[in-house]
Design a protein around this ligand. Sequence first.
Ligand SMILES: NC(=O)C1=CN([C@@H]2O[C@H](COP(=O)(O)OP(=O)(O)OC[C@H]3O[C@@H](n4cnc5c(N)ncnc54)[C@H](O)[C@@H]3O)[C@@H](O)[C@H]2O)C=CC1
Ligand SMILES: O=C(O)C(=O)[C@H](O)COP(=O)(O)O
Length: 387
Amino acid sequence: MKIIADENMPYVQELFGDLGTIETVNGRSLTAEMVKDADVLLVRSVTQVDASLLSKNSQLTFVGSATIGTDHIDTEYLAQRQISFSNAPGCNATAVGEFAFIAMLELANRFGTSLKDKVVGIVGAGNTGSAVARCLQAYGVEVLLHDPLIEKSDPRDFVSLDELITRANIISLHVPITKSGEYKTWYLFDESRLNSLNADTWLLNCCRGEVIDNRALISVKQQRADIKVVLDVWEGEPNPMCELIPYVEFATPHIAGYSLEGKARGTYMLYQKLVQVLGKLEEKEMMTLLPTFWTELLTLTKEPSEKALLQLCRFVYDLRDDDALFRATLLEDPSKKAPVNSSNNNGFDLMRKNHKHRREFSALTLATAGQSEVDWLLNLGYSGVGR
Ligand SMILES: NC(=O)C1=CN([C@@H]2O[C@H](COP(=O)(O)OP(=O)(O)OC[C@H]3O[C@@H](n4cnc5c(N)ncnc54)[C@H](O)[C@@H]3O)[C@@H](O)[C@H]2O)C=CC1
Ligand SMILES: O=C(O)C(=O)[C@H](O)COP(=O)(O)O
């Protein structure tokens, strides 16, 4: 069995090595010729899987995408050809949740205010949106949810988008990209909605770039310095509008979901699905793949202040590093805010390829010496001993 896999998918050899011969490829430049004799195709979000890519292949039985989003997959076409498909829903939700939470703490620190006093509006209350909400609620922050597609069947409280925009100090976007229908998300935040944001709103996008009209965001930011923006995803990836970068507080190349656990979970979920499709038994376990964190135990002597909490988060992931590298990679002279060039696609993809996967909060164990007042840190995701 020939398995073609994206080179940016960790643990493929460990998990799929016994099932067939593996060839790893650059997912962005995959062609019909390259996949013509594949039995299994394992991709990430940068590969369009459609009739054109599969036009020379008549033996493919399984396509797996180690991602939450499926906007790059023509699932109808795969179904027509009776090719099994699986993505990895929820695989990197914790990573995105922790990323957004850390970004909010960083913003609070930068602007000399407290995250705890804010109201956060989450647009899209599925896996990633709920993961952000869990972190915020663990810390005691008020959260508003907006999700018209699930509000009738979900016991949580929901608000309209207008109410969310009116009441929230921070808005975090967690919707799939959809181009049609009543609740389409393409340019959900267009110029008029961006202009309707309250003074001093913080806007975070960790889902898909085109949920915000990026050109409109530039013009709104030119008038509204009060709005603060965090972008992990960009319209037109891998060629973001470089002139937008200077208006963004924290800028990263679509790596909110890039925790080692999240990526491993993605590959592992595809392994589980393929084994099932092949009628075989699972013989591998995910946790045995992960290395231990460089330090496993941290002793807390008292409840951390917000600044100390940020330090604790930076211990696991320092967002400032990725932001600085992004600017250095995509802006020729970050101090002059000049773009390297308008189509710097290698820089964006190279940063993603070489990204040093961060760990999730759970990789770090906190010794809390029996203090129940720090239980919320365990709800935030850290592991704990001492109780
Ligand atoms: N930056 C990154 O690295 C990552 C980005 N993503 C992106 O985030 C998206 C969301 O991921 P999940 O939360 O796991 O997906 P999910 O499917 O669990 O949740 C998405 C939620 O958005 C809701 N929704 C759809 N249209 C909406 C609208 N117009 N207004 C409000 N809510 C709406 C859906 O009802 C659903 O509950 C993915 O589709 C993917 O595009 C996902 C993982 C990592
Ligand atoms: O899961 C998703 O959806 C994402 O956006 C992924 O985190 C993107 O990662 P790649 O598949 O592009 O490596």
